[in-house]
Write a protein that binds this ligand. Structure first.
Ligand SMILES: Nc1nc2c(c(=O)[nH]1)N[C@H]1C(S)=C(S)[C@@H](COP(=O)(O)O)O[C@H]1N2
Ligand SMILES: [Mo]
Length: 527
């Protein structure tokens, strides 16, 4: 009999304890593998991290419905949710490899090596990486292999009882394994924390950004008229502070693009290829514009919209230098991390404030919002226009090229839909009896808002008071004072009209494939 445990009382518990030790060996080996890789990657660019590459790969294969579900469920915490899911999968996977290695150590080692190779492929095929960026994954894999072998051998000793073998020190063997496992786990923590320290000391692009002084605009935006802010307590700020500006992108870690080596290449169906450096861009005469960005994934009443004062070079001027050829109808903009957006060529030339932006509310673009350079195009959802960390503009045709989200089921063109929402009161608020001040925001970028109406408890639509308009490209606040609100439960609904007189549709549509529609309503209680 080669498995003496069978049938012995208590052997089930012993066997599962041993399985647990092997699972732990797998988990600790994986922690060392990723901790080691993370540590080496801290000396290089974030894109060299296998964790980043794996997450990016996962995001890239995410179908449109799942992306929308994730944003719907987690909002801007969708990346955290992804990180937690990947963490759980890694935990289960590495425990399984540890268990497999108990009987078939070679198979376990082979699996780790294959995962290492797959991760290297994931890193190597990402936009903007080079051979050096494979180093962290290679080093981590070697560490992971050594750790798996070392820990598995020790775990095996705690249960190695073949026929005739005499186990002399089972307790000592268990202690020795546990010591090894704790040592390995501690090593992984030290490597992980060490990588943070290295990153902080290196400073990187964040420090470069701090030192940048933006040029004064050659065409400043008009000062905001007084009265853009509706006189209702609790309304969002008319100009969204950078730190509160919504962030949506496919980047698991913020790309670090050095302005010193940044180049924008304009090519494709053009008479003249153009290359632009950051210094040239900063000196080319920048204009300022107030523009409200909106995400296509924004639900009715949602907050994936923000208004900022942008500083940048009109894209029209960049295109004039390149001279697009007849037949071209699209500009495919691509970011340093491989995202792309398809923007109609005519939109970039029709005179609206479509910018190659370097500044946001008086500061260089925050890293999260596309530093050093991004696109801002009034009137189009972000996914077809607002490429952050932009490095490449290809003049092409819709018939020839597809952008990132178009390839995943979203539309190739997506003008922002006329929208309005109630900001105050918040849904399910309890308010004191008396006067109820209702306030909200409406937008119709490129056209402007001409009228907003409020419906209380399903009654008549009543005209709201519009706050001042800054520009047609930025949102407009509104308010409505309800003098005679009875105690009880109430509903407030809103709809807007654009400057052409078109009424916002009440027809409900999901964000996929070209933006949500429908009238927003909130419920609240008075008294
Ligand atoms: N490089 C890059 N740019 C991007 C995206 C992205 O995933 N990657 N997402 C776009 C989308 S969907 C939106 S809504 C806007 C959001 O810009 P913000 O994060 O500055 O608000 O960025 C756009 N630009
Ligand atoms: Mo978006």
């Amino acid at each position: 009999m080669s498995t003496p445990q069978t049938g012995t009382p208590g052997s089930g518990a012993r066997a599962s304890a041993r399985t647990g030790r092997h699972a732990l060996a797998g988990v600790v080996a994986a922690a060392l593998m990723f901790g080691g890789a993370q540590f080496v990657s801290a000396f290089l660019a974030p894109a060299s991290s296998p964790l980043v590459a794996a997450g990016a790969w996962f995001i890239d294969i995410t179908p449109a419905w799942l992306k929308d579900l994730a944003i719907g469920l987690f909002g801007t915490a969708d990346k955290l949710a992804l990180g937690v899911s990947i963490g759980i999968m890694a935990l289960i996977g590495s425990a399984a490899i540890g268990i497999v290695s108990r009987r078939w150590l070679r198979a376990g080692l082979l699996m780790v090596a294959l995962i290492g190779a797959a991760l290297m492929a994931a890193v190597g095929t990402r936009a903007g990486t080079n051979t050096v960026d494979l180093l962290p994954t290679a080093a981590g894999t070697v560490l992971g292999l050594a750790a798996l072998r070392w820990l598995t051998t020790r775990a095996a000793r705690t249960g190695a009882t073949h026929a005739g073998e005499v186990r002399t020190r089972p307790a000592a063997d268990r202690r020795s394994f546990l010591r090894a496992a704790v040592l390995g786990a501690a090593g992984a923590v030290v490597l992980g924390a060490g990588s943070r320290v290295v990153e902080a000391v290196r400073g990187g692009v964040r420090q470069v950004r701090e030192a940048i002084r933006l040029p004064a605009p050659t065409r400043p935006a008009a000062p905001l008229p007084s009265g853009v802010q509706a006189p209702v307590a609790g309304m969002p700020a008319y100009t969204t502070p950078n730190a509160q500006f919504y962030r949506i992108d496919t980047a698991l870690v913020v790309p670090e693009v050095d302005p010193g080596s940044w180049r924008l290449r304009v090519h494709g169906m053009v008479e003249q290829e153009v290359e632009l450096s950051y210094a040239e861009l900063m000196e080319s005469g920048l204009v300022e514009a107030d523009v409200t960005l909106t995400c296509v994934s924004n639900a009715v009443g949602g907050d994936l919209a923000g208004n900022a004062r942008w500083l940048g070079l009109p894209l029209r001027q960049v295109l004039e230098r390149a001279r697009p050829l007849p037949g071209a109808d699209m500009v495919l903009s691509t970011s340093a991390d491989g995202f792309s957006a398809s923007t109609p060529l005519e939109v970039l030339r029709d005179g609206r404030n479509a910018l190659l932006a370097v500044g946001m509310n008086g500061e260089p673009l925050p890293l999260e919002h596309g530093f050093p350079v991004r696109m801002v195009v009034p009137g189009l959802y972000g996914f077809v226009s607002a490429t952050k960390w932009v490095v490449d503009l290809e003049v092409t045709r819709f018939a020839d090229k597809q952008a990132y989200w178009t390839a995943r089921g979203w539309d190739e063109r997506a003008p922002i839909k006329l929208a309005s929402r109630v900001d105050v009161p918040r849904g399910f608020a309890r308010l004191p009896a008396g006067t109820v001040d209702i306030g909200g925001t409406a937008w119709a970028q490129g056209i402007g808002i001409s009228r907003v109406e409020v419906q209380l408890d399903g009654g008549d639509w009543r005209e709201a008071v519009l706050a001042a308009e800054a520009t047609v490209d930025s949102w407009r606040q509104w308010s409505y004072r309800w003098e005679d609100a009875e105690p009880g439960d109430h509903t407030a609904r809103v709809r807007a009209y654009d400057a052409t007189g078109a009424q916002q549709t009440g027809e409900r549509a999901d964000p996929i494939p070209n933006g949500a529609s429908g009238w927003h309503e909130v419920r609240f209680t008075v008294g």
